[in-house]
Write a protein that binds this ligand. Structure first.
Ligand SMILES: [Zn+2]
Length: 396
């Protein structure tokens, strides 16, 4: 059978933010899109397979910039993770990978896992041992002693240790370095608003990552910690719950991305203590949710680059639930088209993979979704994806 397939007759949303194109077609050769067009002027050759997608809408696969593939979104994911063997964690990760892929996420970024399990899963996908989206992995998070995420992190204090901690992750094969700038919701006794690693400690880790050509992401919720991370040279602020005007201005000037993960506190508050979520986490989430949405709104209005990320794996934040985040971003001011661009092109840019992923353009990988209706009219259609293609192959 030929490795050339022509998909035709669909409405294309290419991920760049351009208006949808009706009666579009593209040719996929192997894993890549090699030609794109519109109308009946179709490439012709005897050895082309043809797939008719009349009345369908095609868009790029979603790219989720913040996932914990090894975490199970139960009431208390940390306790579960810390009580099971790494072998079990790896199997859990493999099962979660399929959930992402079959629900339309064709690429993502994992922001913290224990024991190098994320690195092994990433490689297993690459080698074709297991099915899943490709992804970038941070391995262990760099955190201060007793800091946010310490049970699955590399505790480090002082600039020499944070430098070494970053070098260790790079040595293991991490694709990026995740740094904890502030406390968070899910670690007991840690306040979301309080700064943790100092600007100097983060800076030495960031320099190491950048020297190796890798990006850095910072869990950062409180204003002072967010500012520290930005001044230290961070590439993305994860969560960004308490953003003030100064911080937003700095993000715009320095081109720092925001990955809001609005659904993370949302699902904690929605489900509550009754669902087995530690009271501490519920209280903190209730406290931050309003500010979180307000910060998102202000950052969006000021023109901060926003990449979609869910923090999947935190309580009731499902591995097949990315569309919830798009809906919340729209509730907080984005247009549906902007939520799609954020979840495809902008995420690809943040991950540094935009030369080959994130939009439907000639020369890029054929990662795409086929939908029964336009997500611009109804984002809920993303919960019922007709089919998913990864690297030119039908996977759902
Ligand atoms: Zn996270």
């Amino acid at each position: 059978m030929s490795n050339k397939t022509l998909y035709k007759g669909f409405t294309m949303i290419d991920g760049t933010g351009k208006e949808p194109v009706s009666n579009a077609w593209f040719l996929v050769e192997g894993k890549k899109i090699t030609k794109i067009g519109q109308g009946d002027d179709l490439p012709s050759a005897e050895d082309i397979n043809i797939v008719d997608l009349d009345d369908k809408v095609v868009m790029p696969g979603l790219i989720n910039s913040h996932v914990h593939i090894t975490m199970e979104p139960v009431g208390d994911p940390f306790s579960l993770l810390m009580s099971e063997s790494l072998a079990k964690t790896a199997l859990r990760g493999a099962a979660n990978l399929r959930k992402h892929l079959l629900s339309g996420t064709t690429y993502f970024r994992d922001l913290g896992a224990p024991g190098g399990v994320d690195l092994a899963l990433r490689d297993a996908v690459k080698e074709g041992l297991i099915e899943g989206p490709e992804f970038l992995a941070a391995s262990k998070v760099v955190t201060m002693t007793g800091g946010h995420g310490w049970p699955m992190g590399r505790e480090a204090d002082g600039v020499d240790e944070t430098r070494k901690a970053a070098r260790e992750q790079l040595k293991e094969g991490a694709d990026l370095i995740k740094i904890m700038a502030t406390g968070g919701v899910m670690t007991q006794g840690v306040e979301p608003g309080s700064p943790q690693l100092s600007k100097e400690e983060m800076e030495s880790a960031i320099i190491e990552a950048h020297k190796a050509g890798k990006k850095t992401a910072s869990h950062a919720q409180g204003t002072e910690g967010i500012k520290n991370a930005i001044l230290a040279g961070i590439d993305s602020i994860e969560h960004g719950i308490f953003l003030d005007d100064e911080v937003i201005q700095l993000m715009v000037e320095k081109g720092v991305y925001l990955v809001p993960t609005l659904v993370a506190p949302y699902f904690i508050v929605e489900n509550g203590v009754e669902a087995g979520i530690p009271k501490d986490a519920v209280d903190k989430s209730e406290m931050v949710m309003g500010s979180h949405m307000e910060s998102f709104r202000k950052a969006y209005e000021a023109g901060v680059k926003i990449a979609m990320g869910t923090d999947a794996g935190t309580p009731f934040n499902l591995h097949d639930g990315a569309p919830y985040e798009l809906k919340l971003m729209v509730d907080c001011g984005m247009t549906p088209m902007e939520s799609l661009v954020s979840s495809t092109k902008t995420s690809a840019e943040l991950l540094g993979i935009d030369e080959e992923y994130g939009t439907l353009e000639e020369g890029k990988f054929a990662d795409f979704l086929v939908l029964d209706e336009s997500p611009l009219d109804n984002l809920d259609t993303l919960f019922n994806i007709n089919s998913v293609y990864k690297l030119g192959q039908l996977v759902k």
